[in-house]
Design a protein around this ligand. Structure first.
Ligand code: ATP
Length: 452
């Protein structure tokens, strides 16, 4: 994991927030490559969930909502984690922190930080929502929250969307947006952060049909995840048992990935029943039921939710793409100066080309004999179609290595022959094979390779 974190910083994927001030706990910023990677992922999700489906509409609700929303949703009373404090070192932990030995509150419990025995308090509930104040006065009446999930923005707008889009149940609403949780013992890089982005879809169905839709969405979401190019042996399902179920859920399955720190969830499929809509109907005093035009029945729809973290899925993609490979022969010789020679290791992000932040990098082999001019022309041409990069610094091997670490699938080199016959070499990041391609055909060549 440390290697991935340092690569992420070195290549401009992810930086610690406010680093020059010593950093802000579990808040991260996306650099030039990270923002592209996460954007590609979000666009892929939006395309498959909204554009490619007739029965799902998009939404972008505000982060701030009426404070009563969070009473109705159960988050004010129920969105809590049991925490324990160490009376000795003053650190605070989740009660289920696997590093704690013994039972918190009992003499046998041992603090995982200072190692003291019997200093951990019994678990106490701690609400994870960030509180803030609306308006000029900081008083109780002005309290509101930064949303801890995007789903509620969908529920309170469900009738607006239904009526304006003329959808009929079953139908869904999809949203990508920020959520905030004051997580205790966060960590593992962008796995658990206090500010993060969710990609959520709520599918409204007739009561009685929710199990069928639940299975449908489970299959669809796994297909989507596999489409990211994630190795299937690193993916598995985990069904929540009764103790794990969130306060709103009747059934829940997580898609887990085997991270370097173990199997963990990055997306959940939840049967939320009519919990949220019924509670909003009660608290808001507004009818939220649906009149089925075919049967004339009235009902509050059940909801099947698919809830993915954009940051956590980005971490899955990065972890899965990270490889260290031995290189030999010509590639090793080219890499000389980068710890070179044969027997060298190449660090490469084998990102699916359509997800990669940069699609190609353009290199003049040497900075003379007309090569830079031609390389600039080719770069200008390519960047009208793709996000591409120009690099004329250092040996060609060193330039390849930098792009391997960035996950750039293609390296376009302009050499002596290029200025004679207007062809270039295209190096494939994964196979290391080089094709000679006519400069005029390059856009077509790359378009084909980047599909999927
Ligand atoms: P966890 O048990 O890991 O805290 P959760 O079960 O509370 O997660 P959900 O409420 O189901 O998570 O949220 C759905 C998705 O949102 C998660 O699968 C994850 O990808 C993302 N997510 C939730 N909390 C965080 C966080 N603190 N940082 C980053 N992503 C998060």
């Amino acid at each position: 994991m440390d290697k991935l974190v340092s690569l992420a910083k070195r290549r401009g994927f992810v930086f610690q927030s406010s680093e020059i001030y010593g950093g802000l706990g579990s808040v991260w910023d996306y650099g030039p490559l990270g923002v592209e990677l996460k954007k590609n992922l979000k666009e892929r999700w939006w395309r498959s969930m909204v554009h490619e489906r007739q029965d799902i509409e998009g939404l972008d609700a505000a982060i701030l909502m009426h404070p009563k929303v969070w009473e109705a949703s159960g988050h004010v009373s129920g969105f809590t984690d049991p925490l324990v404090d160490c009376k000795q070192c003053k650190n605070r932990f989740r009660a289920d922190d696997p590093r704690i030995k013994g039972t918190p509150g009992q003499p046998d419990a041992q603090c995982p930080v200072c190692g003291s025995k019997g200093t951990l308090t019994a678990p106490r509930q701690f609400n994870l929502m960030f509180k803030t104040f609306m308006g000029p006065v900081e008083e109780q009446a002005a309290v509101t929250y930064l949303r801890p999930e995007t789903a509620q923005g969908i529920y309170v707008n469900y009738l607006n969307v239904l009526q304006s889009s003329r959808q009929k149940i079953p139908f869904g609403i999809a949203q990508i947006g920020k959520a905030f949780r004051n997580e205790i013992t966060p960590g593992n890089f962008i796995f658990r952060t206090r500010e993060f982005e969710q990609m959520e879809m709520q599918f409204f169905v007739k009561p009685g049909s929710e199990n069928e839709w639940f299975e449908f969405w489970r299959a669809e979401r796994m297909k989507w995840v596999e489409g990211l190019g994630i190795r299937s042996e690193k993916l598995r399902w985990h069904q929540h048992d009764q103790n794990e179920l969130a306060h709103y859920a009747k059934d829940a399955y997580d898609i887990q990935y085997e991270f370097p720190f173990g199997w963990q969830e990055f997306e959940g499929i939840h049967n939320r029943t009519d919990f949220d809509l019924s509670n909003h109907q009660k608290h808001a005093g507004k009818k939220l039921d649906y009149l089925d035009p075919k049967t004339n029945e009235r009902f509050i729809p059940y909801v099947v939710e698919t809830s993915a973290g954009a940051d956590r899925t980005t971490l899955v993609v990065l972890c899965d793409a990270y490889r260290e490979e031995g290189v030999s022969g010509a590639e090793a010789a080219e890499g000389e100066g980068e710890g070179g020679g044969s027997g060298e290791t190449r660090v490469v992000l084998k990102l699916k080309p359509s997800l990669a932040p940069l699609k190609a990098a353009v290199f003049p082999l040497v900075n003379k004999d007309g090569m830079p001019e031609l390389a600039h022309r080719i770069h200008d041409d390519l960047r009208r179609h793709f996000n591409v990069f120009f690099d004329d610094g250092g040996s060609i091997g060193r330039r390849y290595r930098r792009q391997d670490e960035a996950g750039t699938p293609f390296g376009v080199t302009i050499d002596g022959q290029s200025t004679q016959d207007q062809t270039v070499t295209v190096r494939d990041r994964d196979t290391l094979k080089q094709d000679r391609v006519a400069a005029a055909k390059l856009v077509e060549y790359l378009t084909q390779k980047l599909a999927g």
